[in-house]
Ligand binder design. Structure first.
Ligand SMILES: Cc1cc2nc3c(=O)[nH]c(=O)nc-3n(C[C@H](O)[C@H](O)[C@H](O)COP(=O)(O)OP(=O)(O)OC[C@H]3O[C@@H](n4cnc5c(N)ncnc54)[C@H](O)[C@@H]3O)c2cc1C
Length: 567
């Protein structure tokens, strides 16, 4: 069907236009390939389709909060902090893609071109060699098929284009990147830094690194992007292009080459495998409105639908050659899912420094790169955690809300209040075969696609790591002079971290992995997976910068192979 229709034939197809798919599109189009990008969500054009971006609080009927009915209809999306009246239109409605939670799993999904790149919190750190070496050293998952040194030039490549702010801290646990000027710690954070670092020589307190333009360079101006205004309204979409999103950056860049065809409202059902040709030839797509099925064809297919959706698509891509899902000869497709343990929160107050202020809304926190088990196994749990914290005055904008009005309200918002500290963890979880997703045999979504079953949970290692963070974090807050320290285990379900990875992991051995070191399926090399599904492990860093770098590297290799006639 349609294979003879030139409008259905491209050099490459990219499934998904979020952070990783946007990068695949940009790199492929830059290299001259006619590229079709398919996304299940609605189209969202930069600036034009950010309906709430410039609204004042009083212009929202519910002052930013969502009506109870909406929350009750979307219990999964509603657990995400960014799901509110200003940004709910960027979230997939729960009913549009039901799935079966064999164990609780909050699957947060976007509903538009650009994917979660519009909604993300934009924290971006490189992995270190300790992260890539982790599985082999500690004997879990499989060995990563490449090293930090191999990925480093690709980190540079994507950092320069996306625009990453950060300080050059010279740490081997968190390598420096191609940074724009850093944001600054406020006075309270600086004082905490001095005290914590003086007490613990192995711990570093640094300013966060994030995908915000603190000093736009020519390449950012060429994308039509401008300096971040520190408005902290990012989840509405940024009309300044102050933060990196596919919509502001990679997709319009790809479009400018003339090589991009973008089709929103296109739900990829499966990848078409041709038994006779021994390769994938295209994708099967359901129109989100009419449910009409269309097929598109290409020499290379990038699957970038985000971790679990990519797993779903591959599991649903069955053929005579691959009855259990594309490339799934070893039965490991959908297995070894990992995520970040976000359960530990600490709150405290700091006395003094009441003559010290700050201005603007900094889009990042202070960070402490992982200091647990870095050089050797030291604790009763494997791996470690990144710590984030920030100190802020408790008054000012925090007083806005409720039903205050008049003079009392004015006085309240003019009072800075004392200093409060919030600290949280981002803990590595160990990928396990039992943490998996699979397809339901009898339940389908509104488009007739089998529902995904999520079976992903915490284990004893996660509990020990959490306890260590809560104890250690409280001790560091005490060291920093904080008072009223309160610890919470949020008990949040996996998934709400929105950093899920794995299921289609890379590796050296086709018996224990699905993808080779260039992200090609071992058994179907013209299909590449470069979103979180390809990851062997999670590390303690935010994931998306690594997805971008891996994607750019994979495109470079795939196009070279195509030119050599190997694909
Ligand atoms: C509130 C929030 C905060 C976050 N903060 C951070 C952070 O600070 N740092 C960080 O690194 N990461 C963060 N993340 C995670 C980050 O957004 C994801 O890691 C990243 O977007 C993943 O990129 P992706 O390309 O794999 O998927 P996405 O960006 O989700 O894009 C996938 C695209 O595929 C489309 N799609 C799905 N299924 C299909 C299908 N069947 N057919 C066609 N298209 C399909 C989707 O519509 C979507 O557009 C955050 C996420 C959220 C929601």
């Amino acid at each position: 069907m349609n294979e003879q229709n030139p409008e259905h034939v491209f050099d490459t197809i990219v499934v998904g236009s979020g952070i990783s798919g946007g990068w695949a599109a940009k790199e492929l189009c830059d290299k001259g390939l006619k590229t079709l990008v398919l996304d299940r969500g609605k189209d969202v054009k930069h600036i034009k389709d950010y309906p709430t971006a410039m609204k004042a609080p009083w212009e929202f009927p519910h002052r930013g909060r969502l009506p109870l009915k909406v929350l009750e209809e979307n219990p999964i999306a509603a657990r995400c902090y960014a799901y509110d009246e200003t940004a709910a239109h960027f979230f997939l409605k729960d009913k549009d893609q039901p799935y079966i939670q064999e164990k609780p799993f909050d699957w947060i999904r976007p509903d538009q071109v650009g994917g979660k790149s519009l909604m993300w919190a934009r924290q971006t750190q490189r992995w270190s060699r300790y992260d890539f070496e982790g599985p082999a050293r500690d004997g879990f998952a499989v060995e990563w098929p490449f090293t930090y040194e191999e990925l480093a030039p690709w980190y540079s490549h994507v950092e320069l284009f996306a625009g990453i702010s950060g300080n050059r801290d010279g740490l081997d646990t968190l390598p420096d990147g191609e940074f724009l000027p850093p944001w600054e710690m406020n006075r309270a954070e600086q004082s905490m830094r001095v005290k914590i670092e003086a007490r613990h020589r192995d711990r570093n307190v640094i300013i966060g690194r994030c995908a915000h333009l603190t000093a736009p360079q020519q390449v950012h101006k060429d994308q039509g992007r401008m300096q971040c205004q520190a408005r902290h309204l990012c989840q509405r979409g940024c009309p300044f292009g102050g933060y990196f999103s596919s919509n502001a950056s990679t997709l319009p860049w790809a479009a400018k080459t003339g090589n991009l065809t973008l089709k929103p409202d296109s739900i990829v059902h499966s990848i078409i495998y041709d038994d006779a040709k021994g390769k994938a030839t295209g994708v099967r797509v359901i129109d989100a409105h009419t449910k009409k099925i269309t097929e598109y064809f290409a020499k290379i297919i990038f699957v970038n639908a985000s971790t679990l959706s990519t797993n779903l698509i591959l599991l649903n891509s069955t053929s005579r050659r691959f009855p259990n899902g594309l490339g799934n000869d070893n039965g490991l497709l959908g297995k070894y899912i990992a995520f970040h343990n976000y359960r530990g929160h600490l709150y405290a107050s700091l006395e003094g420094m009441e003559d010290r202020y700050y201005s603007g809304k900094r889009p990042c926190a202070v960070m402490m790169p992982n200091f647990r088990n870095v050089h050797r196994q030291e604790t009763d749990f494997q791996r470690g955690y990144m710590v984030f914290f920030s100190a802020a005055r408790s008054g000012w904008g925090h007083a806005v809300g409720g039903d205050q009005a008049g003079a009392a309200f004015k006085t309240a918002i003019a009072d800075p209040g004392g200093w409060n500290v919030f600290m949280m963890m981002q803990g590595e979880t160990i990928p396990k075969e039992t943490n998996h997703v699979r397809l339901s045999k009898d339940q389908v979504d509104p488009w007739g696609i089998p529902q995904l079953i999520t079976s992903v949970g915490y284990d004893e290692n996660d509990e020990r790591l959490l306890k260590d963070f809560l104890d250690t974090g409280a001790e560091m807050l005490e060291t920093a002079g904080a008072k009223n320290i309160a610890a919470t285990d949020t008990k949040q379900a996996p998934g709400l971290d929105i950093h899920e990875v794995g299921g289609v992991r890379m590796g050296k051995d086709p018996a224990t992995s699905l993808l080779n070191k260039w992200n090609q399926l071992h058994h179907c090399p013209n299909v590449l997976v470069t979103d979180g599904a390809c990851m062997v492990s999670t590390s303690t860093q935010n994931p998306s910068l690594t997805f971008m770098a891996i994607t750019a590297r994979a495109v470079d290799h795939a196009v070279a192979e195509l030119k050599k006639g190997n694909l």
